[in-house]
Structures are given as structure tokens and as C-alpha cells.
Design a protein around this ligand. Sequence first.
Ligand SMILES: Cc1cc2nc3c(=O)[nH]c(=O)nc-3n(C[C@H](O)[C@H](O)[C@H](O)COP(=O)(O)OP(=O)(O)OC[C@H]3O[C@@H](n4cnc5c(N)ncnc54)[C@H](O)[C@@H]3O)c2cc1C
Length: 444
Amino acid sequence: MAPKDILDLDVAIIGAGMGGLTTALALAKKGFRNINVYETASNLGFVGAGIQLAPNMARILDTLGVWADIEKEAVDLLETSIRQGSTDEELGHVDLHSIRSKYKYPHMVGHRASLAGSIYEGCKREKAIVFHFATSIVEVESYGPQPAFTVKPRNGEPKKIHCDVLLAADGVKSAVRDQMLRLKNVDAKIIDTGQAAYRIMLTREEMANDPELLKLVDSNAVTRWIGEKRHIIAYPVSSGQIYNLSTVQPDLNFASAPSATYTTKGSKPQMMKTFDDFCPMVKRMLDLVPDGEVCEWKLRVHERLPFWVVDQTALVGDACHPTLPHLAQGAAQAIEDGAVLAVVLSKLPEVSPEAINKSLRVYEQVRKERAYTLVDLAAANGRGLHLGDGAAKAERDRQFAALKSGKGPVPDKWADADVQAMIYGQDVVKIAQDDFESMYAALE
Ligand SMILES: Cc1cc2nc3c(=O)[nH]c(=O)nc-3n(C[C@H](O)[C@H](O)[C@H](O)COP(=O)(O)OP(=O)(O)OC[C@H]3O[C@@H](n4cnc5c(N)ncnc54)[C@H](O)[C@@H]3O)c2cc1C
């Protein structure tokens, strides 16, 4: 490798999702001058869906200078209500007012377009970042010492690209991850969770004639209606102009699901049937979705990977730790990855392939255990919420009842104070900053 200033390293990022965008922005903020982002899509055609913006995500985005724009349109989350889907009876209620003072950042809910769009705007203000849209990575020829890969622009000839660091943030279907696993003969696979999600956005106007529904869109609450094997989570976004609902239910269309997209056109009658025993108010909301506009997402995760780094190449975000939505942390974790990568690369003690590899392994050490702990906790939370009659459900409902007198854990884990302390209270960027030298020195 020709001697270079650290900040002149050529960094290639695959994928412009939350992980790729944050990685690019965090590196540019550290002063890196050559950052190229390759993205299959021809633009950031944003999914019409909401997203929870947890304090650990907000803290990083604020440091990167993009949180203020996101916060403007987001809705402050001050309470959560967990309810029996069939009756609308409140099982548990958690006051979340203290989150902002405890963690210095609020827990908000917002529109995905606002989150990704603001990070993208932040990237566009950095001249170090160049986007290559409509360009897919097709093959990695070398993971190092100088990574080389072929990209195919949609309307052009394949091109070979060389870089100094390759960061693959290409999502749950990551082609780079699959190639890395084949290279190392590791047999880790995509896991079909047997669950799917409908994602729905209702406008304020659509709900305006129904006072009960209007109360929901005017609230500062996340409401979760639960039932056996199913639930619906809902909250207002876009300054209270839109009510966002995300369901989870058994994936009945598994066999016919297009594996290329993981999304499929859902059937409204089937959606109504799935939630047929839910209370009339929930059914009125679902019924507002126009026929033909039901979108269903397959929920897939991946077996744990034994490594995230090969030579000078690393995996980022859902490519290495896809997480079920039941803890609302998948994007937050991809964002933590990007921020930590920028710290470890900016701290390279020298410019050499060995130093890059060791720094990337520090990233893996800082991130892996935490990310996989949350992957497991999200899956466990889903199981707890979806219980059918039996001893486990009776114990869960006893815990919900105890909550009414302010005692014990919250069975919906994202709202539990100890879980929040573990997720929001840990500053992974600070850990990477403080511990980089000792972790780096301890590596072979
Ligand atoms: C129903 C649901 C609700 C959720 N709710 C929340 C929530 O409330 N809070 C939260 O934090 N997280 C949530 N998540 C999780 C979150 O959406 C994901 O974890 C996050 O978007 C992952 O970001 P990523 O950048 O790693 O991957 P992605 O967002 O999947 O981005 C990958 C990018 O790579 C591109 N790409 C793929 N292949 C190639 C290729 N070969 N060449 C070039 N580009 C390529 C893709 O086009 C895409 O743009 C939820 C997920 C679901 C399914």
C-alpha cells in the first residue's frame, strides 16, 4: 500500500440504508476525504413507514449534526400502553417522561423518510462523499490488502473498483456477507422467522371523523395491542399528521414470498381476517387501509456470524445483525456500527493493511456482543408478547398486573427501565474512543 495520510484512505461503502449513510457521514465528520457509496436503488425511495428513534440513536445523530432536522418532525414519546388486542383492556402502562433527563436525549417516533432523508442531506453537505446510485456490487474479488470488487451500474458496463477499506452495509440479504461466509466455509444461514409485518400509515384526515382514533393520533404514546402470535404497534409521526401502524403475524404467504424483495402485496381481506378477533376500534383502523395498498414484509434474520471482518473488509448493520422489530433497535444498532467504525478508522496508529484489519476487529469487538444481545432480546420479546394461554402467559399477565402498582419488570422489554438502561445508557462511541488503544494492543 502506498504511504498515505489516514484521511486519504479510499473507503468504499456498499448500501445507502441507515447503516451505510451513517458510516459515510461519520467518516466525513472525522475528516476522511475519499468516501464512495454504492447503492442498488436509483434513489432513496423511502419506505412509507414509521420508526422509533431511541436515545442511543439520537445521541449519535446529534453528534453528526443531523438530529435537529429529524427532531423537528418527530413526535416525543411520553408513554406506552400495552393492551389486550381482543378487548382493548390496558394490560400495562409505562410513563416515559423521564427518558430525556435520564439519557440526555428523548425517545421519539418519526417517519423513515425523515430519518434517512436527514442523514442523506447531511452526507450531501460533505464533499468527501460521492454517491453512486443504481449501482450494485456483484462480486468481491479481494477482501484485502487492497479490497477489489465489481459493480454493475444499471445502464452501464461492470467496473472493477479498488479501495483501502470496504464496508458492506448491504442489508439483511447482504451479498458481501454471503460471499465472505463461502470464502471461510462457514455455514450460517438466513432464518425465516415465520413472521410477517403489515406496515400502514393513516393520515389525520382519514381518522378525523372518529373521535377515538383522533385521540390516538393526538397522543404522545406508543400503543401495542397484543394477542396470540400477533400484535400491532402504533404511534403518531410527522408532527402528528400521520398514524403509523406496524403489525406482526404468522407469515402465511411464506411459500409465495418473493425472496428478492422480502416484501409482497398483502391482501386486505387476509389482514382483516388475521385481526378478526381484535377490538372494533383496531378493526376500524385497519379497515381504513385502501384495498390494494396493503404491503407485507417478511421478517427474516440470520444465524450469528463468527466474524464480521475479513482482511480490510467489514460488515455493517443488518448485513451482520438483522434484528426483529420487537425492540425497535435494528436501525439504531446499524447507526451505532457506523459511528464506531469512524472512531476506529480515525484512530489508526499507522496506514497499513495490518493496522486497518486490527482497527476493524476492534470495531467488531466493541459492537458484536451488544448487537447480538439485542438480536436475542428482540426475539424473546416477540415470543413473550405472542404467548397463548398457559403458565407462561399467566406469569406475564401477573407481571403486567403488578406494574399497575409500579412494581416489577415490564414484560414488553423495550419499555423496561433496566433494559432501557442497558441499551440507552451505554455509549458505544465513547467506549470505542476510550478503549481503542488497549483493545488494539491486545489483538494479535
Ligand atoms: C417492520 C419493521 C419495523 C422496524 N422498526 C424499527 C424501529 O422502530 N427502530 C429501529 O431502530 N429499527 C427498526 N427496524 C429495523 C431497521 O429497519 C433495520 O435494522 C435497518 O433499516 C437496517 O439498516 P441497514 O442500513 O443495515 O440495512 P438496509 O436499510 O436494508 O440498507 C441496505 C441497503 O443496501 C442496498 N443494497 C443491497 N444489496 C446491494 C448491492 N448488492 N449493491 C449495492 N447496494 C445494495 C439496499 O438497496 C439498501 O439501500 C424495523 C424493521 C422492520 C422490518
